[in-house]
Design a binder for this molecule. Structure first.
Ligand SMILES: [Zn+2]
Length: 578
């Protein structure tokens, strides 16, 4: 640069500065905003989930991000321009959009084509007759032709009156000419009728695979209908998937199930290779309404890494990202397939005596998986329900992370339902994040009391103990294990009331604000997204939800009745209640 050029540049700069100085008073005189917002939300409670500024009167949003949060007069003065839209909350409550810490998003794509047989209040499935009647109604309404597969979801055997559970014979009577599968609410199994058993090649001659369950008729080798765990996996993998034209449409329908519940970020919690490809195609094809984070299943990791090397994990593309890897250790406590150090108080699912559940994998196998994922530098989500399964994962971590045991990996223990107090100390030391499932206190409170005893049942999903130890737990629905209903998640964390009205572990109840943090800021942290999501703060994404009442102010027992009235993703309204 010559001396002359510098002089010229200096002169230009000086002119610009002078012009700017002269113009400044004009701006003030016109009272034009410093930065005009696209939208200002005001006129109701604003729960920011930001401890530094927990409440505000107004939120300004611009270009999909939060521009300012504060007093209404200040925001309107600074951020209201001629084109700014002011949304009157009319006494309703604004919160950050809910972040789903664990569910199975890909299942939502087919939900619209299946029949809900959840137990009340989530569905009509109170007994065998009610389930069969509901499937019949579905078949008739949809005019499903003979021979076509009929599917239901949400079957809860634990509440069947008198222990009379659903079997193939019940379904055969009503559906002699259609294969029928009624998905178990653990997502780890289903009840098949004779046509479906035939379709998937399960008969009296089929050997039960290791780690699997094929319930047999009394005194015979004939399958009774219920198939679970490793015996269920091949059936689940070959269930019908949407074709190319249906992918985008079904994905949008699935995302709207989440949006209607106020969720702006959803998890796909155990993803197979074909599903990763499907979600990427659908996202690129215009199905992106909310953010979706997928955790490839460890057994599918190799084919997924071929097209998606570790360096591609983390950032969103078309609102879809690979968040890490999922390892599943044990089963479900209500299905008596969770793995415990002490036996269940009842027999196992196949009548086993002195049954503690079991792990389908050796400690060595689990160690190898942890090492592989940690060496790849990818975040890890581990499904573990029973305390023995948690012992296994603690050992696997100590093996795989030797030398950097407390590194910030955001290793998340999905469910952690029967974690022991001493294991929570390991969570603190190793920086594990517990993602609990407090809805079990309602749905399965009585079952856990019967199967595990009062002491363990009362410490189920111990949110209070975890928070008091300084952990930042999240809390999930495991959809479609239970319906997506974030206010029900909060209600169960705050009240822990069972179906019969018993408080399952009064000591483990938490405050509504703590329960909200578990589905907002803590969940953002779980995904390494706490800088962009989880609270209403300037600079973060304008992912918001509007509720008809404030969960922090209402009678805690009425939290479950609060309704989502609107959901906003990056400043755009994606859902409005009718
Ligand atoms: Zn799950």
């Amino acid at each position: 640069m010559t001396k002359k050029t510098i002089l010229v540049l200096a002169a230009v700069a000086s002119l610009v500065l002078t012009a700017a100085c002269k113009k400044a008073p004009a701006i003030e005189a016109a009272a034009a905003p410093t930065a005009a917002a696209d939208t200002i939300y005001t006129g109701g409670d604003i729960v920011t989930i930001n401890d530094a500024h927990p409440a505000a009167e107004a939120v300004a949003v611009k270009d999909g991000r939060i521009l300012a949060v504060g007093a209404r007069a200040d925001i309107e003065r600074a951020n209201k321009g001629p084109a700014t839209k002011v949304v009157d909350l009319a006494g309703k409550t604004l919160l950050p959009g809910f972040i789903d810490p664990h569910s199975h998003y890909v299942n939502s794509l087919t939900m619209a084509n299946q029949v809900n047989v959840f137990a009340p209040p989530a569905g009509p499935g109170k007994d065998v007759d009610a389930i069969v009647a509901e499937i019949k109604k579905f078949r008739d309404e949809r005019k499903i032709p003979e021979g076509e597969l009929i599917m239901g979801y949400g079957y809860d055997e634990t509440i069947m009156p008198g222990g009379r559970t659903l079997g193939r014979d019940d379904l055969d009577k009503a559906f002699p000419n259609n294969p029928v599968i009624v998905g178990h609410n653990s997502l780890h199994g289903g009840v098949l009728n004779s046509a479906a058993l035939k379709k998937f090649g399960i008969s009296a001659a089929t050997k039960t695979p290791a780690g699997g369950i094929i319930v047999r008729k009394k005194g015979s080798n004939e399958p009774d209908g219920l198939v679970m765990e490793t015996a269920w996996i091949p059936i689940f993998s070959s269930l019908p998937k949407p074709n190319a034209e249906q992918e985008v449409e079904w994905s949008k329908a699935g995302q709207m199930i989440y949006a209607a519940a106020g969720i702006t970020t959803a998890q796909e919690g155990a993803t197979h290779a074909t599903d990763v490809a499907l979600m990427q195609r659908a996202a690129a094809g215009g199905a992106a309404i909310i953010d979706v984070i997928a955790f490839p299943f460890i057994l599918d990791l190799d084919p997924i890494l071929k097209d998606n090397p570790p360096s591609t994990f983390g950032p969103y593309k078309n609102h879809f990202k690979l968040g890490g890897v999922k390892i599943t250790l044990d089963g479900s406590p209500q299905g008596r397939t969770a793995f415990f150090t002490r036996p269940y108080l009842v027999d196992g699912p196949n009548g086993e005596k002195n049954w503690s559940g079991e792990l389908p994998f050796s400690q060595d196998t689990v160690n190898g998986w942890f090492k592989r994922v940690y060496d790849l530098g990818l975040p890890l989500n581990v499904h573990a329900n029973g305390d023995a399964a948690i012992d296994v994962l603690v050992k696997a971590h100590e093996f795989a992370a030797a030398g950097s045991l407390d590194k910030d990996r955001r290793t998340t223990i999905i469910h952690s339902q029967f974690v022991r107090l001493d294991q929570l100390d390991k969570y603190v030391t190793y920086k594990f994040i517990p993602s609990f499932f407090t809805e079990h206190t309602f749905y399965f409170g009585e079952t856990h009391m019967k199967q595990r005893g009062k002491e363990q049942a009362y410490f189920l999903s111990p949110m209070r103990a975890a928070i008091d130890k300084g952990l930042h737990p999240t809390n999930h629905t495991d959809y479609n294990v239970s319906p997506i209903d974030q206010m029900f998640v909060v209600w169960t964390a705050v009240n822990r009331v069972s179906r019969s009205g018993e408080v399952i572990g009064p000591d483990q109840r938490i405050t509504p604000l703590e329960a909200l943090k578990a589905i907002t800021i803590n969940a953002a942290y779980q995904y390494f997204e706490e800088k962009s999501k989880g609270s209403i703060e300037p600079g973060k994404l304008a992912d918001l939800v509007i509720l008809d009442r404030n969960p922090i102010k209402v009678d805690p027992m009425t939290i479950k009745d609060i309704k989502v009235v609107g959901t906003i993703k990056e400043g755009k309204t994606i859902y409005t209640a009718n």
